[in-house]
Design a protein around this ligand. Structure first.
Ligand SMILES: Cc1cc2nc3c(=O)[nH]c(=O)nc-3n(C[C@H](O)[C@H](O)[C@H](O)COP(=O)(O)OP(=O)(O)OC[C@H]3O[C@@H](n4cnc5c(N)ncnc54)[C@H](O)[C@@H]3O)c2cc1C
Length: 397
């Protein structure tokens, strides 16, 4: 069966391959978000249309018309070459697409360009000690004082707050309204007086997330996305983009390629891991799931771009399946590496700089972050399959 995209796209594929041959060596490996090599690589990718491809030029993007096949070819070629696809993070993956849909022109002009260039790092202030899965129970409040919002309260699990320049934050602005209706979506700088960040160490051993406290934090009145009291709608748009980004099948394909390569080079008792029929069978099962997610991704893209529909159900399964698949994929590498798989951190015996172990744990976290698998299953059954809604249990007190 011929699964190629046809001759008209082969020229484009050749262009991407030439770029990767000429420049792929400059792609940063394990560099931080602010590292000069990460920023330079991001700039090069934007200039050539390999990231921020469809974002309009006036907001700092490449300005290409949407073309799902070209986007697919870029993803495939970068995955095959195992070359870094550029910066991600909550600003680029979640806030920018939301601003494009719902931001004011002034917000788009001010915020999108520095964000996609990696110069403006964002964090997400959603979860609170009493509001995780039941996010609409949040109590961080903001009151209007003249031309400023004044924010008080606490967020938790705020990833990258310690690095972020700005936060997008859910606050309660209408305390007397029903809980989903009294929320607003504010944007403010992380160096505003009154913000305190306390690091939390996760199971990878690194303080990736934080507790974030707000005491009389003041920000201009217009730093709001959407209308006052209608932040729940904006929050859900962000969550939709978050679910897409957390289960990204292109990154999973890249890891599948790395796993296959590992199995070709590593040996046990003189036998390559790839030649062991039990391991090969497991690899094929993982590969089948990766293929299924990639075709689901194509279904999402084609529904959105060609038919103008929202592929709601197909989109909903991405986070659930994608994060669990990735966790299984990373875990398989640990498993088949035997004793070496158990080494961790800076142990000299680790393979691939210990990334199998750290990604295995990181993806266990991502099965929870952005809405747990149980919540994803509720959403899929209720909103996707029209099954009866679960009974609402009001909190005591
Ligand atoms: C790695 C990581 C990064 C994160 N980054 C951020 C961030 O940057 N910003 C941010 O705001 N938050 C962040 N979070 C928080 C994340 O969104 C919450 O942890 C998540 O929404 C779950 O909320 P919770 O921890 O309060 O658990 P709870 O809501 O208390 O859930 C506890 C358990 O009960 C289950 N449960 C709850 N309600 C139901 C239900 N109705 N039906 C079935 N099961 C249910 C859950 O699935 C879970 O197993 C991050 C979390 C992780 C792990």
């Amino acid at each position: 069966m011929d699964l190629s995209f046809g001759p008209e796209y082969e020229e484009f594929r050749a262009e991407v391959q030439t770029f990767l041959r000429e420049h792929g060596g400059r792609s940063p490996q394990n560099a931080g978000m602010r590292a000069p090599e990460s920023l330079a690589w991001q700039k090069l990718l934007i200039e050539n249309g390999y990231t921020a491809r469809t974002i309009p030029k006036e907001y700092g993007g490449f300005g290409a018309p949407p073309d799902i096949i070209k986007s697919r070819i870029i993803a495939e070629e970068f995955a095959d070459a195992r070359v870094n696809t550029g910066l991600g993070g909550q600003g680029i993956s979640m806030l920018v697409p939301t601003l494009l849909e719902m931001g004011t022109e002034a917000q788009k002009l001010e915020l999108i360009k520095p964000t996609i260039q990696g110069e403006m790092i964002w964090c997400q202030g959603y979860s609170e000690p009493g509001a995780g899965s039941d996010l609409a129970s949040l109590t961080t409040r903001a009151v209007l004082d003249g031309d400023e919002w004044v924010v008080n309260g606490q967020k938790i699990w705020t990833s990258t707050a310690q690095l972020a320049d700005w936060i997008f934050c859910l606050v309660r602005t209408e305390p007397d309204a029903p809980k989903h209706k009294g929320i607003s979506f504010l944007l403010f700088k992380m160096d505003t007086p009154g913000i305190e960040i306390r690091p939390l160490v996760d199971m990878t051993g690194v303080a990736n997330f934080n507790e974030t406290f707000f005491t009389d934090v003041r920000l201009p009145k217009d730093q709001i996305v959407g209308q006052r009291g209608e932040g729940w709608m904006v929050a859900n748009a962000v969550l939709g983009h978050e679910r897409d980004s957390l289960g990204n099948p292109n990154n999973t394909l890249m890891r599948l390629n790395a796993l296959t390569e590992l199995m070709k080079t590593e040996t046990v008792g003189g036998e390559r891991l790839i030649d062991n029929p039990v391991y090969r069978d497991r690899l094929m099962q993982i590969q089948g799931r990766v293929m299924a997610m990639r075709f689901n991704d194509l279904r999402v893209l084609s529904s959105r771009l060609n038919k103008g529909q929202d592929a709601a159900l197909a989109r909903m399964i991405v986070k659930l399946q994608g994060t669990e698949l990735r966790h299984d994929l990373e875990g398989m590498a640990i498993d088949i590496l035997g004793e070496v798989g158990l080494s961790y951190g800076d142990n000299p015996h680790t393979r691939s700089a210990g990334s199998w172990q750290s990604q295995y744990m990181y993806y266990l976290g991502l099965i929870i972050g952005g809405g747990t698998s149980q919540i994803q299953k509720n959403i899929i059954s209720e909103r996707g399959l029209d099954m009866p809604r679960e009974p609402k249990v009001e909190k005591a007190g």
